[in-house]
Design a protein around this ligand. Structure first.
Ligand SMILES: [Zn+2]
Ligand SMILES: [Zn+2]
Length: 137
């Protein structure tokens, strides 16, 4: 995978980030933790390998919550808007990026839906629903 620099931001814009590395994995994850964390049917998660992560903004506004019984699952967020933010995964050179926070287009497309066994009956799946660019009439 080629190196890429991606920028992103939280909902309120107080925190902006830049991650440089190799976008390596891109999944729609239907697991219950991603559902609870995102409030939606799945989270779109990008992992950048050999990555460096830098911030622009008041980093004291970044907080993390790690699920106590989870090996690694944590949610990093802006304390003003609650919006999710990237985080470095301990003991790896991976940076986890909630793909919806990106302001740039990654040079990788989603590769799979994962944890389909946790998928809710109402969650979206490819090609089963009509799609719209905006709210339908
Ligand atoms: Zn924010
Ligand atoms: Zn998940």
């Amino acid at each position: 995978m080629p190196q890429q620099t991606l920028t992103g931001s939280c909902l309120c814009g107080a925190l902006k980030y830049r991650v440089t590395g190799e976008p390596a994995r891109f999944f729609h994850c239907h697991c219950s933790r991603c559902r609870k964390s995102s409030g939606t049917g799945h989270a779109s998660n990008l992992f950048v390998d050999q990555a460096s992560l830098s911030w622009d903004g008041d980093t004291s506004m970044i907080k993390s919550y790690k699920v106590p019984e989870a090996q690694r699952f944590a949610r990093t967020f802006c304390t003003r808007c609650g919006g999710p933010l990237p985080r470095e995964i301990p003991d790896t050179k991976l940076v986890f990026v909630p793909a919806g926070t990106l302001d740039d287009e990654p040079n990788i497309k989603p590769q799979a839906r994962i944890f389909q066994d946790s998928k809710t009956s109402w969650s979206c799946a490819d090609a089963e629903l009509p799609s719209f660019d905006q709210y339908p009439e």
